[in-house]
Design a protein around this ligand. Structure first.
Ligand SMILES: C[S@@+](CC[C@H](N)C(=O)[O-])C[C@H]1O[C@@H](n2cnc3c(N)ncnc32)[C@H](O)[C@@H]1O
Length: 219
């Protein structure tokens, strides 16, 4: 069953198949797609981490017919939804989802099987510990082609400060849930942690609603 996308903003709920995540995905998918159109190589292999419902990967795939898309998540309960969306949209270039838990190296893809031109992850950091960057950067170090890039989308602080009032208000709302790992993370912490694995921040692109796309690559 496909998640119904509400017109009005529902209460924050990070469950990947929640109305809130569906609403946020509908709002951010076109701005992200516009950026990806400028960044993607003409052809290639694309891996999404923390795909959730698969709404993004299945939305992007028809715009990149020369690319092969690989969805993934640590929660295998979402796989059915990803596959249903793929079928609804007739996306022949989206593979079956694979389990990747960013905290468990034994689940990470094998570089001798495939290397990726693009790895992307959307809206994970505000509901995950900042240490999740270690997993993301190590996956990138392992399976990203030397010419490839890693794109991380979401709201972030920069140098311990909010870049806008609305990001401060959003963080306050998330922190009110009192879940220790929730809250906006700092771009500098991601950058420093990724550096340990030879993954460098190359660009910080501004997107609507005070989000960024952080573009990382191999050193
Ligand atoms: C807020 S949802 C966002 C889903 C999707 N990217 C989107 O924007 O609609 C966060 C996702 O991160 C996944 N996730 C959380 N911790 C993870 C981990 N350690 N490894 C892989 N995925 C994880 C969750 O299962 C969930 O699908």
């Amino acid at each position: 069953m496909t998640t119904v996308i509400p017109a009005e903003r529902p209460p924050i709920d990070p469950y990947p198949l929640s109305p809130y995540v569906a609403w946020a995905g509908k709002r951010n998918r076109d701005p992200i797609l516009d950026v990806f159109k400028t960044l993607f190589p003409p052809t290639g292999e694309v891996l999404e981490l923390a795909s959730g419902s698969g709404a993004h990967i299945n939305y992007f795939a028809p715009h990149f017919k020369q690319h092969q898309f690989q969805p993934s998540d640590y929660d295998t309960d979402v796989f059915e939804t990803i596959k249903n969306l793929r079928a609804e949209q007739g996306n022949a270039n989206v593979a079956d989802p694979i389990k990747i838990d960013l905290t468990k190296p034994e689940t990470w893809p094998d570089p001798s099987t495939k290397l990726y031109d693009v790895i992307f992850v959307i809206n994970l950091f505000q509901v995950a510990p900042v240490s999740i960057i270690d997993g993301i950067a190590q996956v990138a170090a392992r399976v990203l082609k030397p010419s490839g890039f890693l794109a991380i989308y979401g709201p972030f602080k920069v140098d311990s400060s909010y870049t806008t009032e609305s990001n401060a208000a959003f963080d306050k709302e998330i922190l009110a849930a009192n879940v220790p790992e929730w809250g906006l993370k700092d771009v500098r912490d991601l950058e420093q942690a990724a550096n340990k694995y030879g993954i460098k921040l190359k660009q910080r692109l501004d997107l609507p609603a005070n989000n960024f796309i952080l573009v990382f690559g191999k050193a």
